[in-house]
Design a protein around this ligand. Structure first.
Ligand code: CP
Ligand code: NVA
Length: 313
C-alpha cells in the first residue's frame, strides 16, 4: 500500500486518503498486537532514532514499536553522537543512509528535518520539531476515532499555546474533516502560514479551522478539548511569563462543563497539573490521555510499516 512520499514530515504532505490509510493500518496493527498475532513487517530492518530533545513517549513507543515489527532501533542523542558536536545534518543523513532503513528525528529546527530528508536515501520520520508533531497528532486523530467513532463534523477545541501540537492538530483535523477552534491569547497564536495551509486543507474536506480568543466560546459544542504545555521544550526561560499570559486558558472543571457532555479531554503529555490542566480534569473519566499515549505506539508502527515495508497491510 505505502505512502506517496518517502518521508513523514508533516500531515499536510499526506493526502486525505493517506491519513485514512494510516488510521486503518493503526487499527489493524493494534488488533494484531493485542491478540498476539505476528506482524513483523520490518523483519531485520534498522532504524536510527536521533534525539536532540528529551522524550519519554516518543523514544519508548518508537523503540518498542520497531522491535515489535521485527526491526532493530538505534538511539542517537546529541551527547552520544557527533550531531551534538556540530556534524552537518546533510553529512549525518548520507552516513546514516548507508547503515539503516529509516531515520526518526526529534530536534529543534524544522528546517533541519527537511534537510535531513533531502539528503537521506531512506524514509525520515518527524518525531517533533519546534513547528510540528505529526506522529502525535495522527495518534490523537486515531484516538478520537476510537472514542467517538465518527471524525467528520466533530469539533476539537485546542486551548492554550499555539505551538507545534496546535499546528499538527490543525492539519490532522483538516485532513480528517474535523472542525477545529484554537483558543490562544495574543502573542501565543499559531503560525499564520500553518493556519493558512490548514484552512486550505480544510476546504477540501468541508470543515473549518478557526481562531477564537475566548476559551469558553471555543469549547462550546466541542466533542474534544485538547491542551498542551504552555512552555515547550526550548522555552524554559519564558516559563513565568507564559504562566501569566496563558492563565485564562487553563483546562479546568469549569471549562470542561462548557463543552458537550460527552466531550473527551486530550493532552499529548507531559502535563503540568495546575498550569494548562488541573489534576481534577486529568484524572476525570472524560480524560483519555493514557489511551492517547498508548496509541502513539500503534500509529507509529503503522507509519513505519507503510513507509518502510513493501507488504500490503
Ligand atoms: N507526547 C510526547 O511526544 O511525549 P515525549 O516528549 O515524552 O516523547
Ligand atoms: N509542545 C511540547 C510537546 C511535547 C511533546 C513541546 O514541544 O515541548
Amino acid at each position: 500500500m505505502g505512502l506517496s512520499k518517502k518521508d513523514l514530515i508533516s500531515i499536510h504532505d499526506l493526502t486525505v486518503g493517506e491519513v485514512a490509510t494510516i488510521l486503518d493500518v493503526t487499527r489493524k496493527l493494534k488488533r494484531k498486537q493485542k491478540s498476539g498475532e505476528p506482524h513483523q513487517y520490518l523483519n531485520g530492518k534498522m532504524l536510527a532514532m536521533i534525539f536532540s530533545k528529551a522524550s519519554t513517549r516518543t523514544r519508548t513507543s518508537f523503540e518498542v514499536g520497531f522491535w515489535q515489527l521485527g526491526g532493530h532501533p538505534i538511539y542517537l542523542s546529541d551527547e552520544s553522537s557527533q550531531i551534538g558536536r556540530g556534524e552537518p545534518v546533510r553529512d549525518t543523513a548520507r552516513v546514516l543512509s548507508r547503515y539503516v532503513d529509516g531515520i526518526m528525528i526529534r530536534t529543534f529546527s524544522h528546517e533541519s528535518v527537511i534537510e535531513l530528508a533531502k539528503y537521506a536515501d531512506v524514509p525520515v520520520i518527524n518525531g517533533l520539531t519546534d513547528l510540528l508533531h505529526p506522529c502525535q497528532a495522527l495518534a490523537d486523530i486515531f484516538t478520537i476515532k476510537e472514542k467517538l467513532e465518527v471524525l467528520k463534523g466533530r469539533k476539537l477545541a485546542y486551548i492554550g499555546d499555539g505551538n507545534n501540537m496546535a499546528h499538527s492538530l490543525m492539519f490532522g483535523c483538516a485532513k480528517s474533516g474535523m472542525n477545529m477552534v484554537c483558543a490562544s491569547p495574543k502573542g501565543y497564536l499559531p503560525n499564520a502560514e500553518i493556519i493558512d495551509l490548514a484552512q486550505k486543507d480544510a476546504a477540501e474536506t468541508g470543515c473549518t479551522i478557526q481562531l477564537e480568543e475566548d476559551p469558553f466560546k471555543a469549547v462550546a459544542g466541542a466533542d474534544v478539548i485538547y491542551t498542551d504545555t504552555w512552555a515547550s521544550m526550548g522555552q524554559e526561560e519564558e516559563h513565568e511569563k507564559r504562566l501569566k499570559a496563558l492563565s485564562r486558558y487553563q483546562v479546568n472543571g469549569e471549562l470542561l462543563a462548557a463543552a458537550r457532555p460527552h466531550a473527551i479531554v486530550m493532552h499529548c503529555l507531559p502535563a503540568y497539573r495546575g498550569e494548562e490542566i488541573t489534576d481534577e480534569v486529568m484524572e476525570s473519566p472524560q480524560s483519555v490521555v493514557f489511551d492517547e499515549a498508548e496509541n502513539r505506539l500503534h500509529a507509529q508502527k503503522a507509519i513505519m510499516a507503510l513507509l518502510m515495508s513493501d507488504e500490503v497491510l
